[in-house]
Design a protein around this ligand. Structure first.
Ligand SMILES: Cc1cc2nc3c(=O)[nH]c(=O)nc-3n(C[C@H](O)[C@H](O)[C@H](O)COP(=O)(O)O)c2cc1C
Length: 258
């Protein structure tokens, strides 16, 4: 069992999940009000003219194209009262580093790499959700070390579930390299589900785990926390109900952890 790393702001926390095309600073301020952490993005940084992704979430790899955007949207997201993280993905490591360093300089509290995307432009390069597959372990190490070295704010790796053994192996590598926070979408977290069982196994390997997948209410959030996650991520249900994150957060923190 790995030694837990406590981020007091995330403990029993609700995280507004990153939602490409939606999750800008203003969306986060509204839908993440009262949460522990809101995640802006995921933003794509790419020199291509046609990236198959919501255009307002795509930036050219030049800081001048995103610096003022990050300043404005990180500031806007602060109205949620939550900590603010920024999620990014790019094909080039340097573009990811530059974007996250700019986010840090613009005041972000957390930096997140999206190793969750299934977009072919990333997976065919061994990135996105392919980064956590065993065949891409050297790249995972390279990206994790570079992010850890470039940033002083805590780094989150957002990963997908895929094959559980491979995912655990990737999580072990990330822990060993000093990546403090893993965020995962396990798909479903109903009682007795495979996703919920995966949370329990993964929590043993993560210093700090954020887990989500189908959480709609405080009972669902508690179920995930009881498996050992530090915090829960909510995406779809929070799109529909702007007050949901804050309401669940209030209820979770009203009861001390068992
Ligand atoms: C519209 C939409 C956009 C999403 N965009 C992203 C994204 O850009 N990056 C990412 O890592 N996850 C993305 N996700 C996944 C969510 O962050 C979250 O992990 C997933 O929806 C599971 O949580 P939920 O069941 O509460 O929605 C997206 C999900 C939705 C519904």
């Amino acid at each position: 069992m790995i030694e837990k790393r406590i981020f007091p702001e995330l403990k029993q926390g609700v995280v507004l999940a990153e939602l490409g095309g939606y999750g800008d600073g203003y969306y986060c301020a509204e839908h993440g009000a009262g949460a522990a952490l809101v995640l802006l993005g995921t933003y794509v940084v790419d020199p291509g003219a046609r990236v198959p992704y919501p255009a307002k979430f795509v930036f050219k790899p030049e800081p001048s194209t995103y610096n003022s955007y990050l300043g404005e949207h990180i500031k806007a997201a602060r109205a949620s009262g939550a900590k603010v993280g920024v999620s990014v993905i790019s094909v080039e490591l340097k573009h990811t580093l530059d974007f996250l360093v700019a986010a840090q300089e613009a005041g972000a509290d957390f930096a997140s790499l999206c190793a969750h995307s299934v977009m072919p432009m990333f997976t065919r390069c061994g990135l996105g959700e392919a980064l956590c597959r065993r065949a891409n372990a050297p790249a995972l190490r390279r990206w994790a070390e570079a992010l850890r070295n470039a940033l002083t704010i805590p780094v989150i790796f957002k990963i997908g579930l895929g094959d559980l053994a491979e995912t655990i192996s990737a999580v072990d590598t990330l822990s060993e390299l000093g990546i403090p926070i893993i965020s995962i979408n396990v798909g479903e977290t109903t009682a007795g589900s495979a996703g919920l069982k995966a949370v329990k196994q993964l929590a043993r390997h993560c210093a700090c785990l954020i887990a989500g997948g189908g959480i709609k209410d405080v009972a669902g959030a508690r179920r995930v926390l009881e498996q050992g996650a530090a915090a829960v991520a909510i995406g779809t249900a929070a799109m529909k109900d702007k007050a949901l994150c804050g309401n669940i957060q209030k209820q979770l923190r009203a009861v001390p952890p068992r």
